[in-house]
Design a protein around this ligand. Structure first.
Ligand code: MUC
Ligand code: MG
Length: 367
């Protein structure tokens, strides 16, 4: 399983409509496909989604850091040297999606070489994940229409609603309309992407006290250290840390600092190796986790679902696994499908990521 080279392929696939949220918007899935080649001919595959507004990474920076910083330290190691690979990657701070894609592609090589699904190597708890859909900024009527379509077509009954606009009533109206029109049969939670201050957040939470929201994610910035602690002490519902927890140490900091009650795990951000560390830390501390979405394409969704389904605590709640439904196309030879609100987990060896060569030719940007 010796690594011979790491390939980075930029590709771009449009969304059917922009996904807008407090920290930015996404119109095109302009990602990097990462392929780890091993000497026996096995190729591991994952994708890195650049999120410049969240982690500062771009397509160019991901390709550059993998090509010039990570590859020289990793080529020649075996994929089974996972902790050495991890140590090489973590000599460099930042670059979370670049590191994670390498880590997950390495696990894919191991799974394929051992002829075992990665999800079983990780933990193998279940063969399906309940799905939560993320609703971007829009008005109340459109949010209800989209949620009803997701429920009626795909059976999805859990929704994460993007909030963080000002005045806060814009978002409160959307959440209220969703609860009024969809009733008690759906689970609703919110994500502010750092758009509000601590006091705006508390006002909004109080105004939505009767809406039975499950969680509130990243309402204000991590650097508002005392503001977040103040908010966490007063919030009527658990606060989830997302982009404030890009690595296990930050999870510890947010939890012990009293700034969050639950953690969003994103394999696009912490791969499989660090997602395990985050998960096991949370389990040890008795902290709830959610499988989050880095606005993944289908390759990223396969990775997220493989991890989420591998453990009891990550599969207990609906995972954010559906935003690929808003893409005009994707790279997988066999597309993912969500039925009755559930995503079945691929049981093929490795991650089960088979790329359609024609689609890759069509969408890659380097030729
Ligand atoms: C999310 O949960 O925040 C939007 C920005 C980002 O970094 O991830 C997405 C979804
Ligand atoms: Mg979030």
């Amino acid at each position: 399983m010796k690594i011979t080279r790491i390939e980075t392929i930029p590709f771009a696939i449009d969304y059917t409509k922009p996904l807008r949220f407090a920290s930015g918007e996404v119109r095109t899935a302009a990602h990097i496909l990462v392929r780890v080649h091993s000497e026996d001919g096995v190729i591991g595959t994952a994708e890195a989604p650049p999120r410049p507004f969240t982690y500062g990474e771009t397509q160019q920076s991901i390709a550059a850091v993998i090509g010039t910083v990570f590859t020289p330290g990793i080529v020649g190691l075996s994929c089974l040297d996972r902790e050495t690979i991890h140590a090489v990657l973590n000599r460099t701070v930042g670059n979370p999606t670049a590191k994670s894609a390498i880590d997950m592609a390495v696990w894919d090589v191991i799974g394929q070489s051992l002829r075992v699904p990665v999800t079983r190597l990780l933990g193998g708890y279940t063969d399906r994940m309940r799905v939560s859909h993320m609703l971007g900024f829009t008005d109340p009527a459109q949010a209800v229409t989209e949620a009803e379509r997701m429920r009626d077509v795909h059976g999805i009954t859990t929704f994460k609603v993007k909030v963080g606009r000002n005045p806060i009533h814009i978002d409160i109206a959307v959440c209220r309309a969703l609860r009024d029109q969809l009733g008690d049969a759906v689970d609703l939670y919110i994500d502010g992407n750092r758009g509000w201050t601590a006091s705006e957040s508390l006002r909004a939470l109080r105004a939505m006290d009767d809406l039975d929201l499950t969680f509130a994610e990243e309402l204000c910035p991590a650097d508002d250290v005392l503001g977040r602690r103040w908010l966490a002490e007063r919030s009527p519902i658990p606060l989830v840390a997302d982009e404030s927890v890009t690595r296990p140490g930050e999870v510890t900091r947010e939890l012990l600092g009293g700034a969050a009650h639950a953690i969003s795990i994103k394999t696009a951000r912490t791969g499989f190796t660090d997602s395990q560390r985050v998960l096991f830390a949370c389990e040890g501390l008795g902290v709830e986790v959610i499988m989050g979405n880095q606005i993944d394409g289908q390759v990223g969704t396969v990775c997220s679902a493989a991890f989420g389904s591998a453990f009891q605590s990550t599969s207990r709640r609906a995972g954010e696994l559906s935003n690929f439904l808003d893409m005009t196309d994707d790279l997988l030879a066999e597309p993912l499908t969500i039925r009755d609100g559930m995503l079945p987990i691929r049981q093929s060896v490795g991650l089960g990521v088979e790329i359609d060569p024609e689609k890759l030719t069509r969408y890659r940007q380097d030729r």
